[in-house]
Design a protein around this ligand. Sequence first.
Ligand code: PLP
Length: 435
Amino acid sequence: MTRDIEHMTTDTNLQLFDRARAVIPGGVNSPVRAFRAVGGTPRFIARAQGPYMWDAAGQRYIDYIGSWGPMILGHGHPAVVEAVQRAVAEGFSFGAPTEREIELAEAILALMPSMEMVRLVSSGTEAAMSALRLARGATGRRHIVKFEGCYHGHADALLVKAGSGLATFGNPTSAGVPAEVVQHTLVLEYNNIAQLEEAFALHGHDIACVMIEAIAGNMNFVRATPEFARRCRELCTQHGALLVFDEVMTGFRVGLHGAQGVLGITPDLTVLGKVIGGGMPLAAFGGPRAIMEQLAPLGPVYQAGTLSGNPVATACGLATLKEVARPGFYETLSAKTRALAEGLRHAAADAGVHFSADCEGGMFGFFLLPELPQNYGKVMTSDGAKFNALFHGLLDRGVYIAPALYEAGFVSAAHAAEDISATIEAAREVFKTLG
Ligand code: PLP
């Protein structure tokens, strides 16, 4: 970017940021957008098409955030735009059932064999929170297990960090969450089998569920090892607890059958979001009929939503799922993502920068660490200052990656080989300055 454009971009975005900060806390409607971790001025996006976004000053970026996962086809895919426009013309919201909800439910169930029934909601937070209530309602138990570094939305019981030992439960990570609300949430280290076994030995009789991102995308990109995932399944089965896969990020992103397909593990409940709405507010949770029929209006577990199964959102989701289900979709997407990860790895090695990367389907993570980390503690040993320099170096060169080192990245079907190679070349320049 030339200096003139750089200044114009910063000035225009800064003016908008100032205006936003006057009326919206921190100037944003979701904290990570504020660039607090990396510093600098957030870009206010005016429009997007294919793999690109343009900010309010007209600067173009190759987009590796994809609205934090949903935009797997890229922005403005013609079939999706057409489906949404048609739906909008028919009406925005009815508060009564529609055929399209059935179609989306059928499409999801056809692709996710672990699910026999599904309930549609409007956000991943809502879906995870409802799955948790259902797990407790269905088992009649109180405790839940989650893992450090996994994010399941901002429901009170899930905003929690590890306590001082396995006998003690978690501590809230947000003001406004009383300690009593998280007193039944056990927070364990990801990929730590011994700790999981100990937790079940101590509390197994009262554990309602284990909730996990089986390929975690909220501590950058960290896979559950096959042994760890298998042990989660075995211990849940053995102790009568439900295994809940939070696939809000990985569902239809790492492959057509989610992380459960990649790992070959069948969870009891699955939480979905992001891609199933194609960029509209839509999420879901589902599982076996006997568990799902515990939900209102059939059963005693209450759950509801004014905009649940919204007709425009379901049109967007259906059109998106139709595209990703085409033969070869994930093979092509995976090849692009791998090319990016490989290219970045070589560019970093040439510059002598410690670097590791991993990817699955259209999701990737990279670390300024010599080896891939296996848990949150290791992820956070990454060099924050170097990451920030890399982030801003790329942004200045028109490449938009997530503005925090603990976030994963996303490649879409719209990214072309030239976009990937331009990204690698931009990174090569920046790596040279990191040394
Ligand atoms: N679960 C996971 C794995 C997520 O990545 C997210 C959001 O990033 C959520 C739940 C919450 O979803 P939402 O932001 O739609 O509430």
